[in-house]
Design a protein. Structure first.
Length: 608
């Protein structure tokens, strides 16, 4: 009897223990289940499951959708908050597949969080630091239909990893849309597909402005074979004699300057050209007397070239070239010869000139082909908000030395009416040569000054040298700005006559074997013939001739013309023309703000 009672008691104890264990397991399961919730298709924004909930806001309002109109891009500020009285784990994602003409992703910017990995991240309890995260999501919709993106949120206990639902997708960093797609889809861009080898963008002012390597470009055409995009600079970047007695592009001074990889040429001052440019581009330089498509009798392979006359004509949709966006109201060269010694050029009214020989120095608008796959990550394609390219869209530059930046980028410098400057080059290693973005102004008008009464050799003793190294330093700059300028650097005073190679403005020969001995050492100088930024950046109605350092002869100094964007040779030394002060910034000058564009130029300070 006693044994039976013991066995019965043991059985009851065993059953009780098993029940407790079972309840504990079930309790743990339901405890996890109760504190894990996935918000996907419900319209509720704040959901309570057990004692956990969350709050999702889009642009400051409760929402879980991102809606973007056709052919537009929009940035959304997303705030995910933990309204619980305990730490909880959260995940954030979008639901379903994205249409092929839509790109979505987060922007990695200062002060903005990066969305979590699949297992989620913890947010602190309500009313404490770290209880919310803010994300910036960009949706670029180049389709003709409106698109809506549904957002999802998962929430669970802080010590449990979360799992994405089957139709949930984590946000990746925004990579942009391929440039050719954006250009073809923009409803403002007229597209001409009559040429099987180039799809032309046409019209008076299409959305085809591109910012790359410190310069504004226009997208001219798309190669359907690889979707590469042809660009030409909006303004005349410089001016040099095309050649001596030949109109052939191959072997010309022009070909050399465009593809010069030294600090004195164009290609050598572009940002990472091998990552952006088709280095094996082929340029049709066939001689013709027509403006129709020329045969490919003469092609030249180079990274950089010029537009041919046919490409210029294909850019406009009206009855005359003046209607086209490539008419920048300045004279500039094409690559197309018309006859021995003559090259097609475009005049300041957009007309076509076929009688300008190679000796003349008129404006240069370099042309490149962007590689296939280049993407836009910002901008709308307008002049005020040009497309920005992936890899060339630097944002957080505070503390960066300006010596690491690129030719053409804008800088806030100077006082009064003269507060915009541009980077020219890094001619002296570690230093940054900059010049005023346009000639100096006084009382709303361009200031004009003679070079000198008798000497074409620039020095501190000439009229121009006295002004720049005296009055200019004192009255046009702040004390802090003047302290950023390198005290004395070399300025080269070479001579470049008609048809002469641009390199002789600095070197004794075109092989750059030695520097000219005619030079001066001062703080403030001027641009040389053929330097970058020694062109015109407004149409001829808005500008003025300005002096360079380069001599045309022992009694004449070259000016950059306000209409031709080129270098003149017959102005008297005492004639009053515009002034673009040029100087070298010290190696420890740093960027404190800005992104280097005209609308948001760099602000500088002198580092330690």
């Amino acid at each position: 009897m006693k044994r039976l009672l013991l066995e019965t008691s043991f059985s009851k104890i065993y059953m009780l223990v098993m029940i407790i264990i079972t309840l504990f397991i079930l309790g743990s399961y339901f405890s996890y289940a109760m504190f894990t919730v996935t918000k996907e298709k419900s319209n509720a924004i704040s959901i309570v499951t057990g004692s956990l909930n969350y709050k999702l806001e889009v642009d400051g309002s409760n929402s879980n959708t991102l809606t973007v109109s056709p052919n537009s891009s929009k940035d959304f500020i997303i705030t995910l908050s933990n309204p619980n009285n305990r730490i909880a784990r959260f995940n954030f994602y979008y639901i379903g597949d994205i249409p092929s003409d839509v790109e979505i992703g987060y922007l990695n910017e200062e002060g903005i969080n990066i969305p979590p990995v699949e297992t989620g991240m913890n947010l602190e309890k309500i009313d404490t630091s770290g209880s919310s995260n803010t994300y910036k999501i960009r949706v670029n919709n180049i389709s003709s239909n409106s698109v809506t993106i549904n957002l999802g949120v998962s929430v669970g206990l802080d010590y449990n990893d979360l799992v994405l639902p089957s139709d949930g997708h984590l946000f990746k960093e925004y990579e942009g849309v391929e440039l050719y797609k954006v250009l073809l889809k923009d409803s403002k861009n007229n597209i001409n597909t009559s040429d099987s080898e180039q799809i032309f963008i046409t019209g008076e002012n299409p959305n085809n402005y591109i910012w790359y390597s410190g310069k504004i470009w226009r997208a001219v055409s798309i190669d359907p074979a690889d979707n590469s995009v042809k660009l030409v600079t909006q303004w005349n970047i410089s001016a040099i004699p095309y050649d001596d007695n030949s109109s052939s592009f191959k072997g010309s001074h022009m070909e050399m300057w465009l593809n010069d990889t030294s600090v004195d040429g164009f290609l050598g001052n572009l940002r990472e050209p091998e990552n952006f440019i088709k280095m094996d581009s082929k340029w049709n330089a066939t001689m013709t007397t027509e403006t129709s498509k020329p045969p490919k009798t003469t092609t030249v392979e180079n990274p950089v070239g010029l537009l041919n006359i046919y490409e210029y004509v294909m850019s406009y949709t009206g009855t005359t070239p003046v209607d086209g966006y490539l008419n920048n109201m300045l004279w500039w060269r094409t690559i197309t010869p018309t006859s021995d010694g003559n090259i097609y050029s475009i005049n300041y009214s957009g007309g076509i000139a076929n009688n300008l020989n190679s000796h003349h120095s008129i404006g240069i608008r370099p042309t490149i082909n962007l590689r296939s796959g280049i993407k836009t990550v910002d901008g709308k394609g307008t002049e005020e908000d040009p497309y920005r390219l992936a890899g060339d869209n630097d944002r957080s530059l505070s503390g960066t030395f300006v010596s690491s930046r690129y030719s053409g980028e804008y800088i806030t410098f100077g006082t009064g009416e003269n507060t915009l400057y541009r980077i020219v080059s890094h001619e002296v290693p570690g230093l940054t040569k900059i010049t005023s973005a346009e000639p100096l102004k006084e009382n709303g008008k361009f200031k004009a000054l003679g070079f000198d009464n008798s000497s074409s050799n620039y020095s501190i003793a000439t009229t121009m040298g006295t002004f720049l190294n005296g009055d200019y330093l004192i009255n046009y700059l702040t004390v802090d700005q003047a302290s950023m300028i390198e005290d004395n650097t070399l300025w080269y005073l070479g001579t470049v006559g008609p048809g002469i190679n641009y390199r002789l403005s600095k070197y004794n020969d075109s092989n750059m074997s030695s520097l000219v001995t005619n030079r001066t050492s001062v703080e403030i100088g001027l641009l040389r013939l053929g330097e970058l930024m020694a062109g015109q950046f407004n149409d001829y109605n808005k500008n003025i001739h300005y002096w360079t350092l380069t001599k045309n002869s022992s009694s004449a100094v070259r000016c950059v013309n306000y209409d031709a964007g080129g270098a003149s040779s017959n102005f008297a030394l005492s004639t009053n023309y515009g002034i673009r002060p040029t100087f070298n910034l010290k190696s420890n000058v740093q960027i404190t703000s800005g992104i280097g564009t005209k609308s948001d130029p760099f602000v500088l300070s002198l580092g330690s």
